[in-house]
Write a protein that binds this ligand. Structure first.
Ligand code: SAH
Length: 508
């Protein structure tokens, strides 16, 4: 009989909002666990690290409406571990900073369950840093106190005299409901009403908001801000003017819709985030291998020696070609005798990943440039293999066939992606989109189809801008009755991002 697996609970700090603030240790245990038990404060993007078949249990806690009371959570963790599961208890910030992680740890210990705490970046430090506020500074704050703003009936559990007399930084968590009481108590107990103060809401996320003022007026100034927010009081608040780096990036506070396929969106999404923007994935296309053509490619791979040239025109083409090569138990060495041509930097880079440096990469990423670069190299004795998309323009095939034999294998096709997680029409209606990015004419066409017949009308009132990667895409947008507010000067993802950046700066 195999011995029963003993379970374990990891109390993991997920960091204070930005999904990149998860520690390496946190990511490691999360990516191998059987169950995740998580809270409202945790960024749901972190769940993507968990294995697909991992059980996800939400025990959302947000102020008054606990989805599951603390005792229930403790019992659940014990039960899961006793079933032999590896459990990640995922919490916002650090589990031991007002996260009730201590209580959960004690309950596990008392039940004889083994556990480990994985520290996280607390909002107290990381959140303030993203607002440009360092929690200490040699010139003005040699200590800090982190205080609950969850005042019990008489607030007598806190020593307000000591808090008011501090020369360091005060940070109140969970304090927005009581901000007036907190500031009044400090002033009554002798703190200078002119002490700099700030409220930072949803720190480290694209929705971060910061209001600064003084102890005497911060409650009023930050009236519109709701939880989760940090109240910070002390001279360090003044340093924000010099130390802001997060909420002054060009795309900060702006929402982008990305229409590329799920598989190809990551580069653009990353660039948007890097500049401070929020991206919403709304894939309009998906790549579908064509089974019969893939089978034909397999046969052809058995006779690669019959060819003199291989042309690859897209990252998808490279991926599928090498997938088939691998299925035939071959690798890059099979291309030794071939002249390899790639269209586009991304295609060339994908080839390099497989250990193949293309011999020819035309300067421009279009068929005409390919023919121009390749034609002088070819004679009637050559034979070209060209696995590519079923949707590709016939031009290259026609032009090269005039010189030598070309085997075009249409190994994949681009179809409309109908699955979607986000209601983009609703976002457009509520004017919650700033830019929609189009990286090909196909994405433009399918976007309009997905949104429906009133797409163009919806745009007029949405305030959203269309950003196109180049002239072909712009032409299609115009045909669809959509505006071309921005067009990239260089027809690449980098070029598109640059063009939008210029527009953002203009609009400021
Ligand atoms: N363990 C968490 C704190 C939990 S208590 C940590 O280490 O950060 C919940 C309180 O934390 C909220 O009411 C708010 O005051 C603060 N908080 C957590 N994340 C925050 C964020 N991203 N922005 C602002 N405040 C945050």
């Amino acid at each position: 009989m195999t011995p029963k697996k003993t379970g374990k609970v990891y109390l993991v700090g997920g960091g204070c909002g930005n999904p990149e603030f998860l520690t390496l240790r946190g990511q490691k245990v999360l990516s191998r666990c059987d169950t995740v038990v998580y809270d409202a404060l945790v960024n749901p993007a972190l769940l993507a690290w968990a294995p697909e078949d991992c059980e996800r249990i939400y025990v959302g806690k947000r102020a008054a409406n606990h989805a599951l009371p603390q005792d229930g959570i403790n019992e659940l963790l014990v039960k899961l571990a006793k079933e032999g599961k590896e459990v990640v208890r995922l919490k916002g910030g650090d589990p031991y900073v007002f996260g009730r992680g201590g209580e959960e740890g004690v309950a596990l210990h008392q039940a004889g369950v083994s556990f480990e705490e994985v520290p996280g970046i607390t909002s107290v430090i990381g959140g303030l840093a993203c607002a440009g506020i360092p929690i200490t500074h040699r010139d003005c704050a040699s200590s800090f106190q982190v205080v609950t703003g969850h005042l019990k009936n008489d607030a007598a559990h806190l020593d307000w005299k000591v808090l008011a007399a501090t020369k360091g930084t005060l940070v109140f968590l969970m304090g927005m409901k009581n901000i007036e009481k907190i500031t009044a108590n400090l002033i009554e107990n002798g703190m200078d009403p002119k002490t700099p103060a700030a409220v930072v809401r949803e720190a480290s996320t694209p929705r971060q908001e910061t209001v600064t003022g003084e102890l005497e007026n911060i409650a009023e100034k930050a009236e519109s801000l709701s939880a989760p927010a940090l109240i910070v009081i002390g001279e360090v608040v003044k340093l924000r003017d010099d130390l802001r780096f997060f909420d002054n990036r060009p795309f900060f506070g702006r929402r982008f819709v990305v229409t590329r396929s799920r598989a190809q969106a990551s580069k653009l999404v990353e660039k948007i985030q890097e500049e401070g923007g929020e991206s919403v994935m709304y894939p309009t296309i998906r790549i579908q291998p064509v089974a019969s053509e893939m089978a034909r490619l397999k046969t052809v791979i058995g006779h690669l020696a019959d060819y003199s040239h291989l042309i690859l025109t897209s990252v998808n083409g490279v991926a599928l070609f090498f997938e088939q090569l691998d299925a035939c138990h071959k690798d890059a060495r099979a291309l030794a005798g071939l002249t390899v041509t790639a269209i586009g930097k991304a295609t060339a880079a994908a080839l390099k990943k497989h250990g193949v440096t293309p011999d020819i990469v035309p300067k421009q990423f279009v068929g005409e440039a390919l023919v121009e670069a390749l034609a002088p190299e070819l004679s009637a004795a050559d034979r070209i293999l060209m696995p590519r998309s079923k949707n590709a323009r016939p031009y290259v095939m026609e032009a090269l066939s005039k010189i030598c034999e070309v085997d075009e294998i249409k190994i994949y096709e681009t179809l409309r992606e109908d699955r979607t997680d986000v209601d983009v029409p609703a976002l457009l209606k509520s004017r919650d989109v700033d830019y929609i990015t189009f990286t090909s004419s196909t994405t433009a066409r399918y976007f309009a189809e997905k949104i429906g017949p009133d797409c163009a009308a919806l745009f007029k009132t949405s305030g959203a801008k269309c950003a196109s990667i180049g002239p072909k895409t712009s032409e299609q947008l115009k045909k669809l009755g959509l505006p071309v507010d921005i067009q990239a000067t260089t027809y690449t993802i980098d070029g598109l991002v640059e063009a939008i950046k210029e527009d953002c700066i203009k609009a400021h």
